[in-house]
Design a protein around this ligand. Structure first.
Ligand SMILES: [Zn+2]
Length: 338
């Protein structure tokens, strides 16, 4: 073998070997305890099923029938979800306000389950995308409620989904796809930080920030009681990691590691709610049916919502997915080579 052919052999063979070794390692990644490889495997199936069901939603704003999820918690949103009402005789909390032009639909849904918009004391926003917060300004006007959101969402909310010309947030980006778009600006009364507790009369929820889908999407953890049982409910957004992690500046290794630890801290979650019905524990806890068929089944039997395996196994699957994508990212990101 000549020196030249040896060089070519090494030049071709070494990267191939490294890629092969990385793939082998990626395949063998298991999530850290208490998650198991079996959890991750089930979670990947839930994630795939959720994607499949989501494709059934042709128009996110399609009206949906409201119904009781569990205890004093109601779904009052449109077909893409994201409006939940937690009620009490001393006032209500509205999680998510849907789109700017679905406010009347949300109000109609709230009335249909026996409550009034004027009794909403707090409107809390998961993140500053139009499908989550577009109706907030109008619902604030109709209710006089205080508006709350994760601290890094506030500049977007107060500028209607965009930052004013000439301003910028270092290392930040406009809202990415998935509901980005403008809406009436809304004044935020309280910026939420990790672990903040919000109380309205007898109601209480804890806010947790999980950067990724936006700068500080906020998850809400609370308890509901139904028929003598107490259930831990979580609304979380969002799970996605792009194939190339560098494509989303809200995703960093440190930020995602915070999220992965958060998932462990939140266990067990009895009832999992995403920003849309395509990812509810109640939807994924059914082995077949269209989205609408599954929602209809949930109206008849709300115990279908209860399944602590959904959030646990989905968390495990996302941890494995992130670690696999991180290997690829580290190969191209100079910050990891120092
Ligand atoms: Zn979004």
């Amino acid at each position: 073998m000549t020196r030249r052919s040896l060089f070519i052999g090494v030049a071709i063979g070494l990267p191939t070997f490294l890629i092969g070794a990385a793939l082998l390692y990626a395949q063998s990644i298991t999530p850290k305890p208490p998650f198991t490889a079996a959890d991750a495997e089930r979670g990947a199936k839930y994630a795939a099923e959720s994607l499949r069901i989501r494709a059934e939603i042709k128009n996110m704003k399609t009206p949906a029938e409201p119904f009781k999820i569990m205890g004093n918690l109601y779904f009052v949103g449109v077909q893409n979800g994201e409006s939940y009402l937690l009620t009490s005789p001393k006032g209500h909390i509205l999680f998510g306000s849907a789109f700017p032009d679905t406010v009347d639909q949300i109000e109609k849904n709230i009335e249909a389950v026996g409550f009034h918009v004027k009794d909403i004391k707090v409107i809390v926003v998961n993140h500053a995308h139009q499908d989550q917060c577009g109706g907030t300004a109008e619902l604030q006007k109709r209710s006089g409620a205080k508006v709350m959101a994760g601290f890094a969402e506030v500049p977007f909310l107060e500028n209607g989904g965009r930052l004013p010309p000439g301003t910028s947030i270092p290392n930040n980006t406009p809202p990415p796809a998935g509901g980005g778009g403008t809406y009436p600006p809304v004044h935020v009364d309280r910026a939420l930080f990790d672990g903040d507790v919000v109380t309205v009369g007898p109601l209480q929820f804890t806010a947790y920030l999980a950067p990724g889908h936006a700068s500080s999407p906020t998850s809400f953890l609370y308890k509901v009681k139904d028929n003598g049982h107490e259930y831990r409910v979580l609304e979380f957004c969002c799970w996605e990691y792009p194939d190339d992690l560098s494509r989303n500046t809200n995703i960093t290794e440190a930020g995602v590691r915070h999220n992965l630890e958060l998932f462990r801290k939140l266990l067990p979650i009895d009832i999992y709610l995403e920003t849309g019905a395509y990812a509810w524990s109640g939807t994924l806890n059914q082995s077949s049916g269209t989205l609408l068929e599954r929602m209809a089944a949930l109206k008849k039997n709300n115990m279908l919502f209860v399944n602590p395996d959904i959030f646990k196994s989905w968390s495990a699957a996302r941890e494995v997915e992130f670690e696999q994508k991180l290997i690829k990212w580290k190969e191209s990101n100079p910050v990891y080579r120092q």
